[in-house]
Design a protein around this ligand. Sequence first.
Ligand code: MTE
Ligand code: MO
Length: 379
Amino acid sequence: MHRREWLRLAAVVPLATEASGRVNQNTSADGDLIVRQYEPRNQEPSLSALDHAITPTESFFVRSHFPMPKLDATNYRLKVEGRVEETLEFSIEEIKAMPSRTITALIECAGNGRVFLTPRPDGLLWGGAAVGVAEWTGVALSELLKRARVAKAGLEVVLEGADEGATTAEPRTPGTIRFARSVPLAKAHEDVLLAYAMNGEALSPEHGWPLRAVVPGWYGMASVKWLTRAIVVDRPFGGFYQTLDYSYFERFEGQPTLISITEIQVKAQIIRPSRGEYVPKGSEYIVSGVAWSGGAEIERVEVSTDGGSSWSNAELVGKSSPLTWRPWRFTWAVKESTGPRSLMARATDSRGRTQPLKRDPDRRTYMINHVVPVEVLVR
Ligand SMILES: Nc1nc2c(c(=O)[nH]1)N[C@H]1C(S)=C(S)[C@@H](COP(=O)(O)O)O[C@H]1N2
Ligand SMILES: [Mo]
């Protein structure tokens, strides 16, 4: 990068406090939401919002394919139907009267980090903050399935939202459709939550009021908002957002085969320093961030301050959980000569999966977890 470009960047990034030696006062407020699309509403916070055990609701990213549906508490019903012995309908009051559970779970959009793909892909260009952790309160989907009694032929549960619309760009929806995704019955019984509260308050309209699914460990598209139908089906669901959208290629016998996106891939996100930040030469700089993996714990985070030539272990902080992120930090003794430096972080999970250094094009524009450097300027 040329010096002039660095100067231009410097005008928009906060200066490090060189005297304290501690560096990095990240000045952007958590509530600053970057609007990626105004209508339907799609927004993400700045990366500094990821620096909490629980993401404040007002800085939790929003991903919506269609305009927000108009629902009202009195007429709202969740219908459980399809391959069940008894079709059931629940009002929100009936759902709230059932045994409740609260879980802390992370949701990441499958397109998070898309802005780092080259060439520039179609789709919303998320930075790195289309991810958040919240406390979700609701009823287990298994509780409702138990009451409706799943028929023997049941295979998956299709979760349908009340929001609807049609896409105008390819791939086009077959006219107006509702947002829907499925989960296999085993997953539905295991840990899918139907949440009516987020961080101790009623769900906000943009996060799916009055009821949404939370599918722990899976990318966000499975956590259907404004949930109005749970349909037990006897064959793999082939819906638009299950096949044409939110799918990637896996190789079978040399054949690229489309597979529905499910599990969140292991990933470390650097929060500090931010891109383009000044790092004082001679300081002890705390590089920090969070790391997560769908349904697995974070075993190790490594940091490179020399563009990937050498790697050192970062310190994992806080508690470990397979459903949320793990904070980490690394003390960088900045002995390098002045000039641009490339920082990298990569995580390994308890299943032994490590973030790749290269992007796999078979993943289309989803599951973006290859290592993306953060360039800073030592001076
Ligand atoms: N009904 C409905 N549910 C939905 C969506 C949607 O557009 N409609 N978007 C999905 C996607 S792609 C993601 S990443 C998450 C985002 O949840 P959030 O907006 O609460 O962050 O919601 C999912 N659930
Ligand atoms: Mo998403």
